[in-house]
Design a protein around this ligand. Structure first.
Ligand code: IMP
Ligand code: MG
Length: 174
């Protein structure tokens, strides 16, 4: 275990307070969780926000298992128009930075009133591409983490805490 449930809950509450403070005067946020990894974090974060929000999803893919293909694909686009609206991208993790850089560029091209990003975790040691990071939950070491939405080959997403996968764990039965 790397980050326990209580620590995650406290950090999520603090992030929501900070986002609320820095959203003063905004009538509404369009929260954009990135599927699939951000679904649990986004569910908890949005329920802590007092600023009114709409929620719309994108799905992106870049990884096959633990090996990055380098390329980011848009698997599912937003359903709503974000032009003139205040957008908050919610991510589970920023690793190389490619996914967030790609998505921020794509959404910025649609003319939002503002665009901010919130990521639960950030592996600073691995970042290769500049990506806008407005809100970061936890800086984490260069290890493969799972739980609270994060997966290893689609497993372990529903763990209530964030854990590190040891090489032997991958062989565990489902
Ligand atoms: P980036 O584009 O390299 O920043 O990678 C972001 C994506 O890689 C995330 O949205 C995750 O899907 C995946 N990823 C990178 N590191 C981890 C990890 O430690 N655990 C789970 N997923 C990860
Ligand atoms: Mg992800």
């Amino acid at each position: 275990m790397l980050i326990g449930e209580a620590k995650i809950a406290a950090r999520v509450a603090a992030l929501a307070e900070q986002i609320d403070r820095e959203s003063a005067g905004m009538d509404e946020l369009v929260v954009v969780p990135v599927l699939r990894g951000a679904f649990i974090f986004a569910a908890d974060l949005t329920r802590r926000l007092r600023t009114p929000c709409a929620v719309d999803f994108v799905a992106l893919a870049s990884y096959q298992g633990a090996v990055s293909s380098g390329a980011v694909r848009l698997v599912m686009d937003l359903r709503s128009d974000i032009a003139g609206r205040h957008v908050l991208i919610v991510e589970d993790i920023v690793d190389s930075g490619r996914t967030l850089a790609y998505l921020a560029g794509l959404l910025r091209s649609r003319g939002p009133a503002s665009l901010r990003t919130c990521t639960l975790t950030h592996k600073a040691a691995r970042q290769e591409v500049a990506a806008p990071l407005d809100y970061v939950g936890f800086e984490i070491p260069d290890r493969w983490v799972v739980g609270y939405g994060l997966d290893y080959q689609d497993r372990f997403r529903t763990l209530p805490y964030i854990g590190v996968v040891e090489p032997d764990d991958a062989a565990l039965p489902r």
